[in-house]
Design a protein around this ligand. Structure first.
Ligand code: SAM
Length: 289
């Protein structure tokens, strides 16, 4: 895609060969596109981490139809399958799946012989996961909980709350962060805190994750909107890779960022597969610094 363009031109800029009405519609589309960019950039500059988190969960709750049924039946996609086969310790170790949604990874792991435990903050997805596990006779604690509940329960002063049964089964052999959920964490501090919580309940095992790596191109309109909104009082910091996708806030990582978050959490990024589904592995450093 040409530098500075947000999407392929298509009918966005018809020349004299196009009839007048097509040129008029294209003009409306460009104005609308500019507003949509300004809306996203304004939201990035104003909304705080907790607000983004609630919005993201709300979007997933609304997408329940997509995540149950066929999505669950799909099991691991090819890149995930390769990741799991190479980096998970052999079954029957217990694997924790945070952000498990309707249970796609949990069902696939159980079918491969692993013991499982899982949580997710989207109530309709969790209900679907509970049903699916029960129907297949799979035993393993599941809970309605977010990453914040998990981090506070493991690292903070909050009690285990809904995570009591799950935490009672620690230590885990590995952690598999639910598909792309790491991407929705708004700040470096939270990403580091999450990995530290994983380390606390899985001291020697790997943390497997999937990421967005592809950044929305920085068009002129987007760049200007970002600089302008940053000047407003109370603006939230917005960095490269921060963007708004169909589920709300997402961060598209560079390899350096992933290495940084790993180092700050006493992990090393042992693998980064930048295929169709970018996946990575955080391995615990031998002795915490
Ligand atoms: C792309 S879906 C993946 C669902 C499931 N793992 C799968 O692959 O089918 C991302 C999941 O992340 C969960 N999620 C979003 N924000 C979260 C948060 N703050 N804490 C924990 N999970 C979160 C959503 O509820 C959703 O189920």
């Amino acid at each position: 895609m040409a530098e500075g363009l947000e999407r392929p031109i298509g009918l966005r800029r018809p020349g004299p060969a196009g009839p007048w009405w097509l040129r008029a519609l294209a003009m409306v589309d460009r104005v609308y596109g500019g507003f949509a960019i300004a809306r996203d950039e304004f939201a990035l500059s104003r909304l705080r981490e907790g607000q983004w988190s609630s919005l993201v969960v709300e979007r997933y709750e609304a997408a329940e139809g997509f995540y149950s049924g066929a999505n669950n039946a799909r099991g691991f996609v090819e890149d995930e399958q390769a990741l799991v086969a190479r980096w998970l310790p052999p079954p029957p170790g217990r694997v924790l799946v945070p952000a498990a949604g309707a249970g796609r990874e949990v069902l696939a792991l159980a079918a491969a012989g692993y013991q499982v435990a899982a949580f997710d903050p989207a109530a309709p997805l969790l209900a679907e996961m509970r049903d699916s596990l029960r129907r297949r006779g799979i035993d393993g604690p599941v809970a309605l909980a977010s990453y914040w509940d998990f981090m506070n329960a493991v690292l903070g002063s909050a009690g285990p709350g809904s995570l009591t049964d799950i935490l009672a089964t620690a230590p885990f052999a590995a952690v598999l962060l639910g598909l792309n959920s790491f991407t929705h964490l708004r700040t470096l501090e939270t990403r580091v805190r999450l990995l530290k919580a994983c380390r606390a309940i899985c001291p020697t095992g790997p943390v497997l994750a999937t990421f967005y790596l592809e950044r929305i191109p920085m068009s002129r309109v987007r760049g200007r909107a970002r600089s302008l909104f940053a000047l407003l009082p109370g603006a939230q910091p917005v960095s490269r890779g921060d963007q708004v996708g169909i589920y709300g806030y997402e961060h598209a990582f560079s390899q350096d960022e992933l290495r940084e978050v790993a180092a700050l959490s006493d992990y090393e990024l042992a693998h980064l597969g930048a295929g169709f589904l970018p996946c990575g592995v955080f391995l615990a450093c031998a002795s915490p610094r």
